[in-house]
Design a binder for this molecule. Structure first.
Ligand code: SAM
Length: 259
């Protein structure tokens, strides 16, 4: 089984095996330098391949250091992720070159930011997080902003700093995953999306995010203002069908289009 998984994983990795250990720090490699060798390779990969390569849990399968209870130590392992790549590609593949502005809430080590950076080649990405200690990515197309999504004042002052008009193509909320934060962030950032742009909410849980799911599944019940609610267009959702998702409650992703 382990060999089977490793072989599967190897298919996704475009780099030689001894490069697996590369972290995302610009100090150690040149992924993010314009016209680098890596740039050329990365530009031709699917979003799913990029998710796998940059080790984000949006991938179907990815490499990670995890704690082994059996061995009582950290081990290098291959783990299953949320498998969101296919759904992202279905929605964005045709239009990927026209995506100019993205906001990503929650970037952690920058794995997903890196994947989006190489998939949406003409996009500027604004990362919002409460900490960038582990995120060492440097690119002229990526900007990091210290914003706590639970604090409406911080969200408002970020929006008012003139970087953001009504010109967002995509907003991805992969931040705190708390229901109240998700709703506050949606209320403030959804109006800033362009017509036909998309708002993505990841890792929703039936038990922890009841209010959010209620609002997404029955817009009339929303606690959001009418002007925000009326602009909600098509909604796509996907439930992770992977084995671990039976135990892991955060298994829904929602894509909401602006009218
Ligand atoms: C699940 S991780 C993001 C993973 C990343 N998007 C990826 O796919 O690799 C969640 C991130 O949300 C950030 N976060 C947690 N609470 C937050 C808040 N209130 N406001 C903004 N970011 C928050 C954490 O610091 C962390 O970096």
């Amino acid at each position: 089984m382990k060999k089977l998984l490793k072989d599967q994983f190897a298919k996704y990795i475009p780099l030689p095996e001894n490069n697996y250990e590369l972290d995302l720090s610009a100090e150690y490699h040149d992924y993010f330098k314009e016209k680098s060798y890596f740039q050329k390779i990365c530009q031709n990969l699917s979003l799913e391949q990029l998710f796998t390569m940059f080790k984000t849990d949006k991938a179907q399968i990815y490499y990670r250091v995890v704690y082994s209870h059996r061995q009582k130590r950290f081990v290098r392992s291959i783990v299953e992720g949320h498998n969101y790549g296919g759904t992202y590609e279905k929605i964005f593949q045709k239009n990927r070159k026209n995506i100019k502005k993205i906001i990503e809430i929650g970037s952690l080590e920058g794995g997903s930011t890196a994947a989006f950076h190489f998939y949406f080649l003409n996009a500027k990405i604004h990362c919002l997080d409460i900490s960038f200690d582990r995120n060492k990515i440097v690119s002229r197309r990526i900007t990091k902003h210290y914003v706590d999504q639970s604090d409406e004042e911080q969200l408002k002052s970020f929006i008012n700093n003139k970087l953001i008009k009504n010109d967002l193509d995509i907003v991805i909320d992969d931040g705190s995953h708390k229901a109240n934060d998700i709703l506050i962030t949606f209320k403030n950032l959804f109006p800033k999306i362009k017509k036909n742009g998309w708002y993505v909410i990841e890792d929703l849980s039936k038990s922890w995010n009841k209010d959010v799911l209620k609002f997404l599944n029955n817009k009339k019940n929303t606690i959001l203002p009418k002007n925000v609610n009326n602009k909600i267009g098509r909604i796509f959702s996907k439930r992770s069908e992977k084995s671990w998702s039976k135990n892991n409650k955060q298994n829904y992703v929602y894509f909401i289009q602006k009218k």
